[in-house]
Design a protein around this ligand. Structure first.
Ligand code: AMP
Length: 115
């Protein structure tokens, strides 16, 4: 399946890219939910976390490590940050290529339900 994120990886759509290597790309979220909101997207196709195989565990590890490295580079690692992966409808997943949200830059609210 081709998603918006696949098209960003292929440079068919513009994005504010902050990091890229052979495994993943990171770019600013178009609708930021915090002063810093960056998405880390692997270059291997995986639609949701439910589809990740055991032999693909390193994909998520790489996303987390890239997010932590970015936090350190930008100097907010000590203040703190949150990483989030949404899976399917109840979590509000809208793009079906797995990705990790990095949120930072201000105290963040706690998690919640719709009630
Ligand atoms: P999720 O709801 O976890 O699937 O997250 C998808 C995220 O992608 C949302 O936070 C959107 O704001 C973001 N998004 C959608 N289209 C773009 C785009 N073209 N460039 C950057 N971020 C995008």
């Amino acid at each position: 399946m081709t998603t918006i994120f696949h098209r960003i990886i292929k440079r068919e759509l513009p994005a504010d890219i902050v990091y890229e290597d052979e495994h993943l790309i990171a770019f600013r979220d178009i609708a930021p939910q915090a002063p810093v909101h960056v998405l880390f997207v692997p270059k291997v196709d995986v639609a949701t976390l439910n589809d990740l195989r055991a032999d693909q565990a390193e994909i998520v590890g790489r996303l987390a490590l890239a997010a932590a490295a970015y936090a350190k580079k930008e100097g907010f690692d000590e203040d703190g940050y949150r990483i989030v992966m949404n899976c399917n409808e109840d979590a509000g997943q809208t793009v079906f290529q797995i990705h990790l949200h990095l949120l930072a830059g201000a105290p963040l609210g706690r998690f919640g339900t719709k009630g």
